[in-house]
Design a protein around this ligand. Structure first.
Ligand SMILES: [Ca+2]
Ligand SMILES: [Ca+2]
Length: 409
């Protein structure tokens, strides 16, 4: 695991993420619906809001005259809800702060990434440099309302759609003189040439109501697939040790997913989790922990050679001190083969092999790779639960397949 100052700073952020326990699924509609409340918020700037008790001469307020105002003011480092903003204005906080890099405890409002964090309902404040850890790059042609244009260490803008003239409609918190805070406006595409389009990991994530047990596994009916759950709430707790990693304690609760491969193909799957959470990903050829075809602490990458029914299991790792690292995870998976039509079970079993597929040997899978060495299945090295965000950043390559945005049914 990489450790550097950046990673450690992110780990500190992730601690707050854990405290609030989840970055939960949110629909793009919910994201977009949150914007008008910030854009159209009516409030009155009083004389005390034109001063900031903690500020020195470099403070530049976003609002410079008393009286009625519309929209939250730009405030560098700011990340408040509308209720918090009203309370702070009433308490005499300064109205916004325009100077980049100058964070003041006595001013209120939202900055560009604070505003996006609020709209995404992310549990901690994101920055333009940390947004990539919770989102994936997409093509501009794939953008949907609720996605963002991000420029690391510069600015982030939420995409809402296009207007009749083909301009891009956005909502953002910006120091631009036309806004000096949150506003909605139409801008030409050329404005965004230096930005990267990104989609929030937790937007429009699948929300199957299946229990995720052996009797009622969560069906994967299309790839790319994403699903977020909390293993502390899992009903299934039957898989303890998997054949390919017999010494790795997976006695915590798990969620079980099923898919029916009509052809062979490359399967990749990844789990993203937070501080104090350790979910591992397993591929089974049948509902039997002795039929483990691949596993990984964070991801697996496998060529499936035989059509058949396969199971992905997101299981809770249990450490030496019997600590169950349960919690929220995001599962992302992709498969470049064909799936059997819903309701149609292609198999036959898994090529009749029955046992665990060997690395490069006979069986339903070949060419196993992952973050665990060997046929995958054995953990090598020490687990670390302290700096997962460094790990999350390291997952960028593994998450590359998520560029193909999952389309809502
Ligand atoms: Ca288990
Ligand atoms: Ca793990």
């Amino acid at each position: 695991m990489r450790t550097n100052a950046h990673g450690l700073a992110l780990a500190a952020l992730a601690g707050a993420w854990l405290t609030s326990s989840s970055a939960s699924a949110i629909s793009r509609q919910e994201i977009v619906d949150g914007a008008p409340a910030f854009e159209e918020h009516s409030w009155v700037c009083g004389a005390d809001n034109l001063t900031a008790s903690c500020a020195d001469g470099s403070w530049q307020p976003a609002v410079t005259a008393t009286g009625p105002q519309v929209g939250l003011p730009y405030c560098w480092g700011g990340w408040v809800t509308i209720d918090q903003f009203d309370q702070q204005i009433a308490a005499g906080y300064g109205a916004g702060s325009m100077t980049a890099g100058l964070f003041l405890e006595c001013t209120t409002g939202v900055d560009c990434s604070g505003y996006v964090s609020q709209l995404w309902q992310h549990p901690v404040k994101l920055g333009t440099a940390t947004i990539p850890a919770v989102s994936y790059e997409i093509d501009t042609t794939e953008m949907q309302p609720g996605d963002v244009f991000n420029a690391a260490d510069s600015h982030v803008i939420m995409f809402l759609g296009t207007d009749d003239t083909g301009s891009v409609v956005v909502t953002e918190s910006t120091i631009a003189s036309a806004c000096r805070g949150v506003c909605r406006r139409a801008r030409p595409w050329s404005v965004f040439s230096s930005y990267t389009p990104r989609a929030y990991h937790y937007a429009d994530v699948d929300s199957s109501t299946a229990a995720g047990t052996t009797d009622d596994p969560i069906a994967i009916e299309a790839f790319p697939f994403q699903d977020t759950r909390n293993t502390a709430e899992a009903e299934s707790d039957i898989f303890d040790f998997y054949s390919a990693a017999p010494d790795t304690d997976e006695t915590g609760p798990e969620y079980i997913y099923v898919f029916h491969a009509a052809t062979g193909g490359i399967l990749s799957a990844s789990v993203l989790d937070g501080v104090g959470v350790d979910i591992d990903i397993h591929l089974l050829g049948s509902l039997d922990a002795d039929d483990c075809l691949a596993r990984g602490d964070k991801d697996i990458y496998v060529e499936i050679t035989d059509p058949g029914t396969y199971y992905l299991v997101a299981d809770t790792y249990v450490g030496d001190s019997a600590t169950e690292y349960t919690g929220v995870y995001l599962l992302t998976a992709d498969f470049d083969g064909e799936l059997a039509p819903p309701g149609e079970d292609p198999d036959g079993g898994i090529g009749g092999s029955g046992g665990a597929g060997g690395f490069g040997g006979a069986g339903p899978v070949t060419g196993l790779t992952g973050d665990d060495e060997g046929c995958g299945c054995r953990w090598v090295g020490r687990r670390q639960h302290g700096a997962p965000w460094a790990g999350l950043l390291g997952l960028g390559a593994a998450l590359a397949w998520t560029r193909r945005r999952r389309r809502a049914p």
